[in-house]
Design a protein around this ligand. Structure first.
Ligand SMILES: CCCCCCCC(=O)SCCNC(=O)CCNC(=O)[C@H](O)C(C)(C)COP(=O)(O)OP(=O)(O)OC[C@H]1O[C@@H](n2cnc3c(N)ncnc32)[C@H](O)[C@@H]1OP(=O)(O)O
Length: 227
């Protein structure tokens, strides 16, 4: 088992989920190893290693405590889980890992869609695809500045994704306009030959927004680990 130790603090240990797990197929593992190698090269400080990538830690919570603007009861807080990490059965739903390029202009997510994500028979539910797109592009926007909210997400479904398959979700920063970020995203087969989904998103961040929505005693934790 590998887990991310790079950005860990003792307080964050409870949020980590193990990556990879036994459900990961050959394609998922090969791609994971590929980007992990590029990430290691980056952290080892070699000079000529092409694109430098960093693997994001895998959490099942965004924040330990959400208070203030979020108005959550303690019970809800303690039970809250990140939507994409709330099923314990490995391989059943969203299996994914996210890497971002050092210049933060590009993110790549390797996503294996489990059997609980069925929409049309044998294929992935459009809402599950949109969820992953929102996760990747939203995380990308957060990396660029601070926690964000999705203001707008446009999704074009081009070809169905077979259930159980592994796909690549790549996001690119198109434009930054003050506190607004415009990010586009493509979901393709792992060799890039088949386009499954295209999307564009508009995300909003800002000091007031953070105070209103993310007021928390552990906000530093979030910022430290997602920026
Ligand atoms: C670890 C996992 C990370 C995953 C990240 C996932 C992120 C999410 O899914 S968030 C959940 C879904 N999103 C939401 O619930 C958001 C709900 N909406 C809101 O809270 C607000 O409408 C919010 C924050 C988007 C904008 O609020 P606010 O800043 O007050 O808007 P407002 O002042 O009217 O507009 C600010 C700017 O944004 C633009 N804007 C606002 N809404 C939109 C929109 N829907 N589409 C396009 N542009 C918009 C406005 O045009 C304006 O632009 P400009 O400054 O050029 O005039």
């Amino acid at each position: 088992l590998h887990w991310s130790t790079k950005l860990l603090s003792p307080a964050s240990l409870i949020y980590i989920t193990f990556l990879p797990n036994s459900s990961w197929g050959k394609e998922m593992m090969e791609l994971y190893n590929h980007y992990n190698r590029l990430s290691k090269e980056a952290t080892e400080g070699q000079e000529d290693h092409g694109e430098e990538w960093t693997r994001l830690p895998s959490y099942n919570r965004t924040l330990k405590y959400a208070t203030g603007g979020a108005y959550l009861s303690k019970i809800i807080q303690s039970k809250a889980r990140l939507f994409t990490r709330n099923i314990r059965d490995p391989g059943a739903a969203f299996e994914y890992v996210l890497f971002f390029r050092q210049d933060k202009l590009k993110c790549v997510c390797i996503f294996q869609a489990g059997h609980l994500l069925e929409g049309p028979p044998g294929h992935v539910h459009g809402g599950a695809i949109a969820t992953m797109i929102d996760t990747v592009t939203g995380t990308h926007a957060s990396l660029l500045s601070a926690p964000v909210m999705t203001a707008n997400l446009n999704v074009n479904y081009r070809s169905p994704i077979p259930l159980g398959s592994t796909v690549l979700i790549e996001s690119i920063l198109d434009k930054e306009d003050g506190r607004k970020m415009y990010i586009s995203c493509r979901v393709t087969s792992t060799d890039g030959s088949k386009l499954h989904t295209e999307a564009t998103g508009n995300f909003k961040s800002g000091k007031l927004f953070i105070i209103k929505h993310y007021m928390c005693i552990n906000c530093k934790f979030y910022l430290n680990n997602f920026t």
